[in-house]
Design a protein around this ligand. Structure first.
Ligand SMILES: NC(=O)C1=CN([C@@H]2O[C@H](COP(=O)(O)OP(=O)(O)OC[C@H]3O[C@@H](n4cnc5c(N)ncnc54)[C@H](O)[C@@H]3O)[C@@H](O)[C@H]2O)C=CC1
Ligand SMILES: N[C@@H](CC=O)C(=O)O
Ligand code: NA
Length: 427
């Protein structure tokens, strides 16, 4: 008997799932013996149901799916943390397995959702929530479990990677590339979640929880976006042998879990530096496997639906074979999060300063006062009359010391001409 599916959300990802089912349902049965049938779809947009030819099984009320005893798997693709949370929790409580693409939900209420699944003895799968179509959650929960993972680091937001790529390659300013990304449908009308690093923060919270077996929520992740990145900084970075990426970091350190999202200068020969445009990539380092990298399309109807349907078919396979949930919550430890001010890394800092004698010496004194050692300082010609750009790269320093340097330099009399640009450097 076919495993019955109920789909909530018929937008970009939900629509992609319906199309995959239409095109490949027979192949699932022929190749793998997996028999699935979409029996109910729900959304706020009946026109989407008509577009995908599923108006005969359409409802606008998700409880029609949650309360349908025939349905085995509920696919939640509406997004957000309010109605989606109800859909997921109510479905589990009603004894259904759940597949979701919802990073916001899993990064905020992951613990509650995993507990609800365990209580119900049902599966919750969420591969599409990170890296869209790139398999990353499944490999980390299966193929890589023989490792102690020390680093997960990635480009997990396609919109900002597209924008930074355009800015670097075509010398375009931020506002222009944002308008272009919106016109191409990559960036939302309200681009906040992407450009301020919140989308990436949710994704790295999910990956860090799996990698380190310790719950990390979106609130634990320091997030800084790309609004202040200028083509000039990208040009200087390139001259120095670096590119700038919005990187999501999760590192196991002696002080705890170091988890953060911010623009990062990466050496041009780093594997992640070659990842351009809307592509995503996640770099995972395990003690046995060494360095691995997972690359592909992190967003869009096809890629996201590919991950959702991969989960659906795996859960359907378990249902057909009578196998109970294989992997539930793996957050068995409670490792502290390293406060951002304790971060130790290298820093690129560009100051636009008054072009007069004594400025360099005064600034050197401030760096020395806070014990921040300078690796290099470059003066790049005149910016405007009387202003010059001074670019520092530090040796490894504490974030709080660098913040103290910035605060004290801002207090120097008539020195700063603009807010400094600060980009953390990864070697
Ligand atoms: N679009 C993408 O490329 C990716 C999206 N995701 C995630 O997939 C999920 C869905 O995203 P999209 O398909 O892009 O969204 P969308 O905005 O295109 O579609 C949302 C759908 O949910 C329905 N919906 C909203 N509120 C509802 C409610 N209260 N009751 C019933 N239906 C409701 C809408 O009518 C619409 O059909 C989100 O969690 C998103 O973060 C994950 C990876 C990639
Ligand atoms: N907005 C995200 C896509 C959804 O996860 C991105 O730009 O990568
Ligand atoms: Na994925």
């Amino acid at each position: 008997m076919a495993v019955k599916l109920g789909l909530v959300g018929t937008g970009t990802v939900g629509g992609g799932c319906i199309e995959i089912l239409k095109n490949h349902k027979q192949a699932f049965l022929r190749h793998y013996g997996i028999d699935v049938e979409l029996v109910r779809v729900c959304s706020r947009n009946p026109e989407q149901a008509i577009e995908h030819g599923v108006e005969d099984i359409f409802t606008q009320d998700y409880t029609d799916i949650v309360n349908d005893p025939e349905i085995d798997i509920v696919i939640e693709l509406i997004g957000g943390t309010t109605v989606a949370r109800n859909v997921v929790l109510e479905s589990l409580k009603a004894g259904k397995n759940v597949v979701t693409a919802n990073k916001a939900l899993m990064a905020t209420y992951g613990e509650e959702v995993m507990a609800a699944a365990a209580d119900a003895g049902k599966e919750i799968a969420f591969e599409a929530s990170v890296g869209g179509g790139i398999p990353i959650i499944d490999p980390m929960k299966h193929s890589l479990i023989a490792n102690r993972i020390d680093t997960v680091m990635g480009i997990v937001n396609g919109t900002t990677n597209y924008m930074l790529t355009r800015m670097a390659e075509d010398d375009m300013p931020y506002d222009e590339v944002l308008a272009e990304a919106q016109a191409k449908g990559f960036a939302e009308a309200d681009p906040t979640a992407d450009v301020d690093g919140l989308d990436a923060a949710a994704k790295i919270a999910i990956l860090a929880s799996i990698a380190f077996n310790s719950r990390v929520t979106i609130d634990d992740v320091y997030a800084e976006g790309i609004r202040n990145i200028t083509p000039l900084d990208l040009e200087i970075a390139k001259d120095m042998g670096y590119c700038v990426k919005l990187l999501a970091h999760a590192h196991r350190t002696e002080e705890g879990i170091d988890v953060r999202v911010h623009p990062t200068m990466l050496p041009l020969d780093h594997q992640l530096s070659t990842v351009n445009g809307v592509f995503n990539a996640i770099f995972v380092v395990g003690d046995a496997v060494g360095e691995t990298m997972f690359f592909g399309e992190g967003a869009g109807s096809g890629p996201a639906a590919s991950a959702v349907m991969g989960d659906v078919l795996e859960v359907a396979r378990h249902i057909q074979m009578g196998i109970p949930p294989i992997v539930g919550c793996t957050c068995t430890d409670a490792i502290p999060i390293v406060p951002m001010e304790n971060l130790k890394t290298k820093y690129y800092i560009r100051f636009a300063v008054a072009d007069r004698s004594g400025v360099l010496a005064a600034m050197a004194g401030v760096f020395a006062d806070h014990n921040v050692s300078v690796h290099s300082v470059i003066q790049r010609g005149k910016k405007d009359a009387g202003t010059v750009d001074l670019t520092y790269v530090t040796h490894t320093a504490r974030e709080k010391s660098v913040r103290a340097v910035l605060a004290d330099i801002a207090k120097l009399d008539d020195v700063l001409r603009e807010e400094p640009s600060v980009i953390r450097v990864e070697d």
